[in-house]
Ligand binder design. Structure first.
Ligand code: FE2
Length: 251
């Protein structure tokens, strides 16, 4: 019975990828020890960074949380943490380009930072932002507008993880893109690690060619396992194959 059921089981399609070297640069992770919910020690940071190198990444731009009341990080704290990790990488003989920006939780505390131009950005004024997972804020579009009209290029982290935006026709997403917001997909959303809603929305966004960047959002070893697992997924191959994928802007 087991033999026959195996014989007739539909074979899942598999990607032809063997690693993630085609992406080259990762732009979202939590790899500075002890300053957010990511890596807890320098040792763990080095293991996670080595894991990304083994997957084929040549450059890692990590992005600690900046969230008022949760993670009160500043550009100074982050840049000093980045320098310590760079030093440790050198000592450990791990050869990878390592930089840092931030993942800003979008609430009213972003406004004075915009006014003082005190945001930690990457390259041509790109800034990475995240939203609440639970509740839609009606101020979000105002914050986006203020960022963009002040010359920032807004990258929305993991758009597939906000359930209040889910719909068959992706209308809310289309509206954000019309405002000029870039979308960064979490690779491991495709494995279902954030739930089936995130997975199917990720696939729809890929089918609609609405993804601009892909990233790991790596926090810990368990998560590294999900990212390794995602290599075999046809949807990952599809999005990596986009001619317009923008990761290379950060190389
Ligand atoms: Fe993150």
């Amino acid at each position: 019975m087991g033999l026959f059921s195996n014989l007739f089981k539909k074979k899942e399609p598999v990607s032809s990828l063997t690693d993630l070297s085609a992406i080259g640069v990762d732009l979202h992770s939590h790899l500075l020890p002890g300053i957010d919910d990511g890596s807890k020690s320098m040792e763990e940071s080095l293991i996670l960074i080595k894991g990304l190198c083994d997957l084929g990444y040549r450059k890692i731009i990590t992005s600690p949380h900046i969230m008022s009341g949760g993670y009160n990080n500043t550009p100074e704290i982050i840049l000093s943490g980045r320098d310590k990790v760079r030093e440790a990488l050198k000592e450990a003989g791990i050869n990878v380009e390592f930089d840092a920006w931030a993942e800003y939780y979008l609430d009213e505390t972003i406004m004075p930072k915009i006014e003082k131009r005190n945001l930690l950005t990457m390259r041509d004024n790109y800034v990475l932002v995240e939203l609440s997972y639970l509740m839609k804020s009606f101020s979000t579009t105002t914050y986006f507008y203020n960022l963009i009209s002040n010359g920032y290029k807004v990258v929305l982290a993991h758009p597939e993880r906000y359930p209040y935006y889910y719909s068959q026709d992706l209308d809310e997403y289309k509206m954000l893109k019309d405002h000029g917001v870039y979308f960064q997909l979490n690779i491991s959303s495709l494995t279902g690690t954030y739930g089936q809603g995130a997975r199917s929305t990720a696939e729809k966004l890929i089918d609609s060619e609405m993804i601009d960047f892909v990233a790991t959002d790596l926090h810990n070893m368990r998560h590294l396992g999900y990212i390794r697992e995602s290599v075999k997924l046809p949807y990952l191959e599809k999005v990596i194959g986009y001619p317009k994928l923008m990761n290379k802007v950060f190389l």
